[in-house]
Unconditional design. Sequence first.
Length: 282
Amino acid sequence: MSPLPPVFLALTILAVACTPVHPPDEVATSPEANGWTVERSLTKTIDNFTFHFPAEGYAYAHRDSLVAACMQAIARNQAMLAMDSFAVPYTIVFYPSKAAMKQAIHVGVSGHADYWTKQVGFVATDDPATVEKENIIPPPIAHETMHMIAMEKWGYPPESSLWMNEGLATYAHNNCNGRTVREIGHYLQAHTMTYPMDSLVQRFYACDEMIAYHQSAGIVQYLLEHDGLEKFGRLWQEGFPAFAAIYGMPFPEMEARIHADLAQAYPDGVTIDWETFRKGCK
């Protein structure tokens, strides 16, 4: 028998050498076996922000516009707080549902900003069943990114300043169902729906969300427009008991000024269908 041609011999050796060898427990095993789960996502980093998107669905299809909306909101919020730069690394994650967010971080809401983990999250979907079941609203991008920026500027607020944190974030968006913070504030005031300030200061998250957030936003807007960032920042850090020392008057006197300003701005009142409005900023 004649010897094998050199080329054939080389190909045979190459084929044998390239045959993978698997340990017995890995042979014919799918990635999902033995408790493993395959999760696919897209990641993009811009400056100090790392974005994560699911690999399919609404957020995936709109990832570029959602990233652009985040970057624009961050720039506007920085300008509102007179911050020339923002270099703290943050992760911004988009989820297809509140249930998916809750599974990932044990919190299922439309949006969140975590000062301690440096993560911001949003739910973005157009699935009718999910929107109806979970009362989905458009991603609150301006709101949550303002939380992020304000807390990095002044630190995590003491309990008596939580109303400032939510009020500032609500004012940053300044639009709920086509109404501004001032319009909503006047409606609440005219219909005797506002909370005593003690309630906002001492148990903010026990208050009705749509009322407390917008009432606080109206106060925040007035304080910023009439007294500036420096005093606002001091109140954020020192807490509400320092209000009179910082602003030169007790809060009831400031509150009377806010009410008078709104009454002058809207002499004919503001009409809102509250039963529809109270379901959220759609």
